[in-house]
Design a protein around this ligand. Structure first.
Ligand code: DHB
Ligand code: MG
Length: 221
């Protein structure tokens, strides 16, 4: 019942301030062929990332977890012409779909998709001096979220914005005896925020098209 209302309100917002063009619609629809159908962010969440990236005047963006490139396209649109995005995807199926979507969207000059495990790719990004990133979006596998955050801070600068998806997981983060590795991963991450000295964070609880979840949003000190 409530979920229907949350979805209807999400649609209401989307019709006003989250309108997708054909490229975004086609990209979102392609997620049905990915390894995680529907795990892409919603249009309204895409608009939020777009606004956050614009408001920190991002030129250099890092994304972990491309899926099919839906969030990547929202972020690409927040960049100036000279802007760059590095996005990392582990699953070959998703990588192939994302490459097609980014090419069809006309963002090959802006977006570099790297296929690999984020924890293998991040040291290479450091070694090749491809940072600092002004904006970092983390939406990859959940168990290493604390490690991803530590890497994000290392590859950021003062004032960089860091956003992590799926930190509420239908409220399952309240289950102290959870055996779900995804829940445990985000619980450890949420607890880590308490001791994290390098960035200021908040957690936005969200309802809507993607049911009950949330994003952690932080700024590097
Ligand atoms: C899952 C991952 C996501 O990034 C998401 O947005 C929703 C669900 C998952 O692993 O279950
Ligand atoms: Mg996600």
């Amino acid at each position: 019942m409530l979920q229907e209302k949350f979805k209807a309100v999400d649609d209401y917002i989307k019709e006003r301030v989250g309108i997708e063009d054909q490229i975004l619609i086609k990209t979102r629809e392609s997620s049905q062929y990915s390894t995680m159908p529907g795990a892409d962010i919603s249009a309204n969440q895409g608009k939020l990332l777009y606004i956050l990236a614009k408001s920190c005047c991002a030129k250099n963006i890092l994304e972990l977890g491309t899926l099919v490139g839906y969030s990547t396209i929202w972020l690409a649109r927040a960049l100036p012409k000279s802007g760059k995005i590095i996005t990392v995807e582990y699953e070959e199926t998703n990588y192939n779909i994302a490459c097609r979507n980014i090419e069809e969207a006309g963002y090959n000059d802006i977006v570099t998709i790297i296929r690999g495990k984020a924890l293998d790719v991040l040291p290479k990004i450091e070694k090749n001096h491809l940072y600092p990133f002004d904006f970092i979006f983390i939406d990859a596998d959940k168990p290493p979220y604390v490690e991803y955050l530590k890497w994000a801070i290392k590859l950021a600068r003062k004032g960089s914005i860091i956003v992590l998806d799926n930190v509420i997981r239908n409220g399952k983060i309240l289950e102290v005896d959870s055996s779900d590795p995804k829940v445990i991963g985000v619980q450890k991450f949420n607890d880590y925020l308490k001791e994290c000295k390098e960035a200021d964070f908040t957690i936005l609880q969200m309802v809507g098209e993607k049911e009950h979840d949330g994003m952690a949003i932080g700024v590097v000190k």
